[in-house]
Design a protein around this ligand. Structure first.
Ligand SMILES: [Ca+2]
Ligand SMILES: [Ca+2]
Ligand SMILES: [Ca+2]
Length: 137
């Protein structure tokens, strides 16, 4: 089980390395912590900028309001509010995450498959206001 998890994590290290200054955690998921600046294997991250390295925040749980969250890792955008301010994403989780342009899952819905990173398209760039995975937490 542990070896399988590690292989999955290592498979995405190269992509993450191009994105950021922050800490990539390859240890057991038991150490995962929400919004601690470490990308754990059950988390979803939002970045201040697209393409270029920038500040980001790691989310382990649903966020019905991103207006009280800020980008926390070192880099451009650090301490800026996340709401309507994220240009790219990294779904480091094993499940799909859903993003919405409105708070509390309102507005336009988008989804990001497990282990996929990229830039938000026109409908979502600097518009995302809430995020959810499908595990009821
Ligand atoms: Ca974390
Ligand atoms: Ca929040
Ligand atoms: Ca919005």
């Amino acid at each position: 089980m542990k070896n399988t998890t590690l292989r999955r994590v290592l498979g995405t290290v190269a992509a993450l390395g191009a994105l950021t200054a922050g800490t990539l955690v390859t240890a057991a998921p038991a150490s995962a912590a929400n919004k601690d600046g470490s990308m754990d294997s059950d988390e979803f991250a939002l970045f201040f900028q697209s393409a270029n390295p920038s500040s980001w925040t790691d989310f382990a749980y649903d966020e019905s309001l991103l207006s009280n969250d800020r980008f926390i890792t070192p880099g451009p955008g650090k301490d800026q509010v996340v709401d309507n301010n994220a240009e790219s994403y990294f779904n480091f989780d094993n499940v799909t995450w859903y993003v919405y342009t409105g708070a509390e899952a309102k507005g336009t819905e988008g989804w990001i498959p497990a282990k996929v990173s990229g830039n938000f398209s026109g409908n979502f760039v600097n518009q995302v206001s809430s995020i959810y995975d499908n595990d009821a937490n």
